[in-house]
Design a protein. Structure first.
Length: 258
């Protein structure tokens, strides 16, 4: 009963891989002030981490978001077309010439890629030296493991040995623990295998706000006017983010591969 009540009425009975679900989620983000402010904070943080440059920036998995409001000329892409998308493409096969992108940005996308190695190889080819991949992704902590493991419908498997997982739908296939596995647990393996990418920083963040927002599929538990209070509280808890964070901002800087 509680799960039924918490489910956002617009998303009941819809499948996440249906393009119409993405359009409804765009409406939900605009409707839910608390959630919209979360995305605004993510977008600002990602945009600020990008290097200066005239080359274009690519967003993979633009989904229901509005990142183009923050980066002029942003190339928005997804696996299927819907209004507002610049290009339809697979993040594991990028249709760009070598060294032509300033950066790649993503929010909640990497952990949906069945073969993340292929994406990193393609991004290293397309992003110029000095460019960056900047993303916000789920993160593994004691608190997030309890939440994702019990309340979130997507797979969350930090014990998985391999980074790859069987492909299914564009959104239904995933491992929410994948970014932590690659950049934290298996960091030495990542650095040995991908010399073109330097892990510039990992900033764990946001233990409570996304949960309180209800995300894209549940009702919001907080009004928009409560956002500043919860942001201040999470800022005060920064020393404990390694135990509490549910997400992390990750910046990979493109090296010369040497």
């Amino acid at each position: 009963m509680l799960k039924t009540w918490l489910t956002h009425p617009l998303t009941r009975g819809l499948h996440v891989d249906d393009p119409s679900t993405t359009l409804l989620r765009r409406h939900i983000i605009q409707e839910k002030s608390f959630l919209r402010q979360i995305y605004q904070e993510w977008y600002l943080g990602i945009a600020e981490a990008l290097p200066a440059g005239k080359e274009p920036v690519l967003e993979i998995g633009a989904g229901a978001g509005f990142f183009s409001d923050f980066i002029p000329g942003l190339i928005t892409s997804d696996l299927f077309y819907y209004p507002g998308i610049t290009a339809v493409m697979d993040g594991q096969h990028l249709p760009f010439a070598n060294d032509t992108l300033c950066g790649v940005v993503m929010t909640d996308v990497l952990h949906h890629l069945p073969c993340p190695r292929r994406f990193l190889i393609e991004a290293a080819r397309c992003v110029r030296p000095g460019g960056a991949i900047v993303m916000v992704e789920p993160w593994v902590t004691p608190w997030s493991s309890a939440v994702y493991g019990r309340l979130h419908p997507e797979p969350f498997q930090p014990q998985a040995v391999e980074w790859e997982f069987p492909p299914s739908g564009p959104l239904s296939g995933s491992n929410g623990a994948l970014p932590w596995m690659m950049f934290k647990r298996d960091r030495a393996r990542f650095e040995k295998e991908f010399t073109e990418w330097h892990i510039e920083h990992i900033r764990p963040l946001m233990p409570f706000r996304y949960l309180l927002s209800g995300g894209l599929s549940s009702r919001s538990l907080m009004p928009g006017r409560a956002f500043r209070f919860w942001r201040a509280l999470e800022h005060a808890l920064q020393p404990w983010m390694d135990s509490l964070a549910m997400f992390a901002q990750i910046v990979l800087r493109r090296t010369d591969g040497g």
